[in-house]
Design a protein around this ligand. Structure first.
Ligand code: C2O
Ligand code: CU
Length: 491
């Protein structure tokens, strides 16, 4: 049953939203405070196939899907408090939507096919419109068959600027991506194959920054850079080592955090996660430093070289303040919070697929041998490999796994009962990460996507102040498609 009978509705829905928000009716207080329609920025994004130069060999172009012909799509920049209107035109051969990852916005603008809107049909348009309530580093991508649409290049950054940004010499975005390319630099079309789905997702063989295999990044001695890192990969996790440089993390998933050195010196980014770091270029004129990705043991590689120019910009590290102003997030009250348990399981080597599938396995599979499991994985529909609280979801329409009372504080006590990492994302809200394996976190960071290590327990807390049905899923896009998806309702 389609929940959205006609596309014309979308226009009416905006008007309804616009007048309701002007009257302060439907939006949570933290979202409506800064809403004013005076300052509107309008952009057009056309999703369509294109060609781009991902690899350095100029004779090999890669057919991609991009926004406005680009990978990444255009960087959208808007001032905090302004309204963004994005007209999305679908030039693909299949339906699409755009989700504004990490942005707290009205449910109807969230870009989830069937759940919040009818998907944008081939040749059709849809107008998204919302206020940028939080300053920070966000991004956009389709939510329809995202394992392939994002995997082919549909994504871009969305930067919401603070009214008074901290002082730096340059504000730079690096959108990291990871591609699986064939020898001729074409995108391998084995999307969502059984092995990727049941293991760590589609990890590729070619890493790009802003759509190119990077070589060097030119810097000046003494320069201070605000580097906005966005992980747009389907599945690859990054752990960046800046070597003799000392990055200071000032925001995670767009939300300010007490400025701090990253744990173990590595800036770790699971799929969909962002980190804003301040980098002081402390190297010598003419010097070079490699940035190394060390996330996967014994698979370290050089991501890029920082190449110093010859003229120092200044001779000492500036003493400009690093802390960003807080965003208007509602603070969860842990004493009154309702607690909910969430268990993630499934996948290879979890032992849980067997248990979950129980009697439904044929005589083949019940041997329990890994080989048997493997071939079974290859044959399974991608929809039933991963589970949230025992349910492997398909598509976007489902009963909520949780219904939260509006404006109630809640804690989700999450357990990763699998042998794999999972970056778990909640739409429509940011949450505080309050503990890991029973230990309080140092920074109580706000995130919208939290990376859970194998077997890890993580508690998150937030106020369910944004009404609607919100996706809650793993952002390894193959895991999402294969069941690790749920809906949380704020009613
Ligand atoms: Cu970045 Cu549900 O998505
Ligand atoms: Cu996952």
């Amino acid at each position: 049953m389609p929940r959205f009978r006609n596309q014309v509705l979308s226009r009416r829905a905006f008007l309804a939203y616009a007048s309701a928000s002007a009257a302060g009716l439907t939006l949570p207080r933290s979202l409506s405070q800064v809403a004013h329609a005076a300052d509107i920025k309008e952009v057009r994004l056309r999703a369509a196939p294109g060609l781009t130069q991902l690899v350095s060999d100029p004779s090999s172009q890669t057919p991609i899907w991009g926004y406005n012909g680009l990978v990444p799509g255009p960087e959208l920049r808007v001032r905090q408090g302004a309204r963004l209107r994005v007209i999305v035109e679908n030039g693909l051969d299949e339906e699409t939507t755009v989700h504004w990852h990490g942005i707290r916005l009205p449910n109807a603008m969230d870009g989830v096919p069937y759940l919040t809107q009818r998907p944008i049909g081939v040749g059709e348009n849809f107008a998204y419109e919302f206020d940028a309530v939080d300053a920070g580093t966000f991004w956009y991508h389709p939510h329809q068959r995202s394992f392939e649409q994002v995997g082919r290049g549909l994504y871009g950054s969305l930067i919401v600027e603070e009214p008074k940004p901290i002082q730096t010499d340059r504000d730079v975005t690096w959108m990291l991506d990871d591609w699986r390319l064939t020898n001729s630099a074409a995108i391998s079309d084995d999307f969502s194959n059984g092995h990727d789905v049941s293991h760590n997702g589609r990890v590729g063989n070619t890493v790009t920054i802003n759509g190119h295999v990077p070589d060097t990044f030119a810097v000046q001695p003494g320069e201070r850079i605000r580097l906005r890192l966005v992980n747009a990969a389907n599945a690859r996790i990054f752990g960046l080592d800046f070597q003799d440089h000392e990055p200071v993390v000032i925001a995670l998933d767009g939300q300010p955090v007490t400025p701090h050195a990253p744990d173990g010196g590595l800036v770790v980014l699971g799929p969909a996660m962002r980190a804003d770091v301040v980098l002081d270029m402390v190297g010598k004129p003419g010097g070079r430093t490699s940035v190394i990705d060390r996330f996967y043991q014994e698979l370290e590689y050089r991501l890029i070289n920082l190449a110093y120019g010859s003229t120092p910009l200044r001779d000492r590290v500036p003493d400009w303040p690093l802390a960003l102003p807080a965003n208007p997030l509602p603070e969860p009250d842990l004493r009154t919070a309702r607690r909910h348990e969430v268990v993630f399981n499934g996948g290879m080597m979890g032992g849980m697929v067997m248990a979950e599938m129980g009697g439904s396995m044929g005589s083949d599979g019940s041997s329990g041998m890994m080989g048997g499991m493997s071939s079974m994985m290859g044959m399974m529909r991608p929809g039933n490999v991963w589970f949230i609280n025992g349910v492997a979801a398909e598509g976007h329409i489902m009963d909520p796994i949780l219904t939260l009372e509006r404006d109630q504080s809640c804690v989700l006590a999450m357990t990763n009962a699998t042998a794999w990492h999972h970056p778990i994302h909640l739409h429509g809200h940011s949450f505080r990460v309050v503990s890991r394996n029973g230990q309080p976190t140092t920074h109580r960071e706000w995130q919208d996507t939290v990376l859970m290590a194998p077997r890890e327990r993580v508690e998150i807390a937030f106020v369910a102040d944004n009404p609607g049905d919100w996706m809650f899923h793993c952002h390894i896009l193959e895991h999402q498609a294969a069941g690790m998806t749920g809906v949380i309702r704020a009613a």
